[in-house]
Design a protein around this ligand. Structure first.
Ligand code: SAM
Length: 242
């Protein structure tokens, strides 16, 4: 997968050299380039923002550097990338969207700052490439960089060959509309707390049922919205008893 990121703070992306995402880059599974938006400015101050039309506090990112950046990284007439624009006004990011993005060959991220990017940049881009405005959640960050780090991490771990054990992807929270059951490791007893006996029983059927029950109980307690969204046919009679 090829990924371009445009930001006024390219330094934010240093952690992408670490851990499994760094390995994905080293192996070529993830070809990532981070670009400084100010490379597409032409004034001595390398200006990227200005006051908002209509008044109000804060500054808005000017369209010209963004237009030039997108023309350079997604040349008109070429195969268009999918443009991702983090914004609290976007569609909520989810594991389903992470899967969708993992199947793309080229992603281009535009990191906003201040009060965001002049809307005409997104409207113009949408005339020649798919554009998705995406939100990490119902809160407001300083800028899009942290959102891109989160999205890239969620997407990269879905790329073939990145995780040592792909089974982890099938078992985890959000894979099937539930949260994962609690996990335990050795020692079997720690500070007077014991690992549930069933997990030490060696009975795989019982363990699977226990995990399923715990996943249901947790999801009911913490995320009733996820339970409400479950397809009825994904539940079996034993689930309904939980
Ligand atoms: N004025 C904008 C609004 O009210 O929708 C908020 C701008 S915010 C201060 C600056 C930048 O941070 C945004 O352009 C976006 O890139 C990023 N950002 C802030 N919150 C975000 C969120 N919840 N999800 C994704 N990106 C976010």
């Amino acid at each position: 997968m090829h990924v371009d990121v445009v930001s006024i703070f390219p330094e934010y992306f240093a952690p992408l050299d670490l851990s499994l995402i760094g390995r994905a880059r080293a192996s070529g599974t993830l070809r990532l380039a981070v670009h400084d938006l100010r490379a597409w400015t032409h004034d001595v101050h390398r200006t990227v923002d200005d006051t908002p039309y209509g008044g109000g506090p804060g500054m808005v990112m000017r369209p010209e550097p963004w237009g030039e950046a997108l023309d350079a990284l997604a040349p008109p007439g070429g195969t268009p990338p999918r443009l991702l624009v983090p914004t609290p006004a976007g569609v909520p990011f989810s594991q389903a969207l992470a899967h969708e993005l993992a199947s793309e060959s080229h992603l281009l991220f535009a990191c906003g700052r201040y009060e965001g990017i002049d809307q005409r940049v997104l409207d113009h881009a949408a005339s020649r490439m798919p554009v998705t405005e995406v939100s990490l959640g119902d809160y407001v960050l300083f800028g899009g960089e942290v959102a891109v780090l989160v999205i890239l991490e969620a997407v990269t771990r879905l790329l073939p060959g990145v995780l040592g054990n792909v089974g982890s992807l099938d078992d985890e929270s959000h894979a099937h509309g539930l949260l994962e059951a609690p996990m335990y490791t050795k020692p079997a007893a720690w500070r007077d707390r014991e690992v549930p006996a069933v997990l030490r029983s060696g009975d795989h059927g019982k363990i699977a049922r226990w995990r399923r029950n715990e996943a249901l109980v947790r999801t009911v307690a913490r995320r009733p919205d996820m339970i409400a969204a479950l397809a009825p046919e994904s539940l079996d009679p034993r689930d309904r008893a939980v």
